[in-house]
Ligand binder design. Structure first.
Ligand code: PSV
Ligand code: MN
Ligand code: MN
Length: 386
């Protein structure tokens, strides 16, 4: 098979981009503002559409409620469509309300739990208006001190709250449950790991699936192992891609450890989960605190594509033969050969053949879009993450 034939497996592969990547973001120390930053969800979508126009890879935008609340979600969907993109997952927000200090879906007070469930029903209504099929839930609940609350009772309350939310979904809609081992609480998060997320999803039903955020694991965790295991269980619903050095850094995917991203993609390719219809939604969950946001997103989707292209190049026959023969170094070499292949030229050829810029980053710089939005978007308040 020729290289371009192998790479034809990339046809139909897409990456979903987050609306919050286009707004201002920062750390608890400082949020830097940037001229041209969107002031509302319509402008965020216009910027996201640029990423798709330049790369052909990013046709959907995730929304975050209430950050992206608009009067008329039908109008927002129509605006997205006019710009050549669609609405992706709807993310709920349980981490910015005083009532949730001691928990939301796990809170001891039924009234607080009911409020958190109602927020998700509101998100389901947004899904109906936008045609979104994925409700994504990251649970920020947890405790800071041993004995603060019953770990077990919190799991029971969570299971009951999730069941109410799941029951509100239509037959084509999914609940995507994300885990994170630390932050904003540090003694015990209520959904700290993929095992806990999986158990809740299995109790809910087929359309409850796990989200793997690459920044939500302890250092040294073998993430591709988790990818493989969730795929085996038929429960890998989505990725939140990003890069981390220390914590939940949300930096550009593939920038810190492109080899890890490749190893993840090897597990994906092993079961053809990169193909459309596999049920795995490849999303970014990133913030661009100091770099140009649109360029940051372009780089990110290209990094994901590159990692997938390399994974597709693995000589699986040679790999299996070496593995079966117990040839440890031989098997490792087969994998590394694919990883060390420079696919940038062939991917540029593919883009050119599809009427896209060979070099999307150069095309973005040459387009003058950054200056255009800086001049046009004056007045109003820039959208922000926090
Ligand atoms: C917080 O850790 C977080 O980064 C989660 O990963 C969510 O996916 C994201 O915020 C948006 O709610
Ligand atoms: Mn995430
Ligand atoms: Mn995160």
């Amino acid at each position: 098979m020729s290289l371009q034939e192998v790479l034809s497996e990339l046809d139909g592969f897409t990456v979903e981009v987050p609306s919050w990547a286009y707004g201002n973001s920062g750390t608890r120390f400082k949020v830097f503002t940037t001229p041209g930053t969107p002031r509302d969800p319509f402008e965020k979508i216009a910027d996201a559409a640029r990423v798709h126009a330049l790369t052909g890879l990013a046709p959907r935008v995730s929304l975050h409620i209430p950050w992206d609340r608009v009067e008329d979600f039908g109008a927002l969907s129509a605006h997205a469509e006019e710009h050549g993109v669609g609405i992706g997952a709807i993310n709920s927000n349980l981490f910015q309300d005083d009532d949730y200090k001691l928990g939301s879906l796990t809170h001891a007070d039924p009234a607080v739990r009911a409020k958190a469930v109602a927020h998700h029903l509101d998100c389901v209504a947004v899904m109906a208006e936008t045609g979104s099929t994925d409700l994504k839930l990251w649970l920020p609940d947890g405790t800071n001190y041993a004995g603060q609350d019953s770990l077990r009772a919190r799991q029971d309350r969570l299971a009951a709250s999730l069941a109410e939310i799941y029951a509100a979904l239509g037959p084509e809609q999914r609940l995507l449950l994300e885990y994170k081992f630390f932050e904003p609480y540090f003694y015990a998060m209520d959904v700290p790991d993929w095992g806990t997320a999986l158990l809740h999803c299995q109790a809910l039903g087929e359309r409850a699936q796990v989200v793997l955020d690459t920044g939500h694991h302890a250092p040294g965790t073998n993430i591709e192992f988790i990818v493989m295991q969730l795929l085996r269980a038929g429960r890998l619903g989505a990725f939140d891609f990003n890069s981390r050095f220390y914590a939940d850094d949300d930096l550009i995917v593939g920038s810190a450890d492109p080899f890890q991203l490749f190893r993840i993609m090897v597990e994906i390719v092993a079961v053809d989960a990169h193909r459309p219809g596999s049920g795995v939604n490849f999303m970014l969950d990133q913030c661009h605190n100091i770099e140009d946001k649109i360029a940051g997103q372009v780089r990110s989707v290209l990094n994901v594509e590159q990692a997938l292209a390399k994974a597709l190049l693995v000589d699986t026959e040679a790999l299996t033969a070496a593995q079966d023969a117990g040839d440890v170094i031989g098997a490792h070499d087969v994998l590394m050969d694919a990883f060390h292949t420079d696919v940038r030229g062939p991917l540029a050829d593919r883009r050119e053949a599809r009427g896209l810029p060979r070099d999307p980053m150069a095309a973005y710089r040459a387009s003058g879009y950054a200056a255009e939005i800086a001049a046009a978007r004056v007045g109003g308040t820039q959208a922000g993450w926090l």
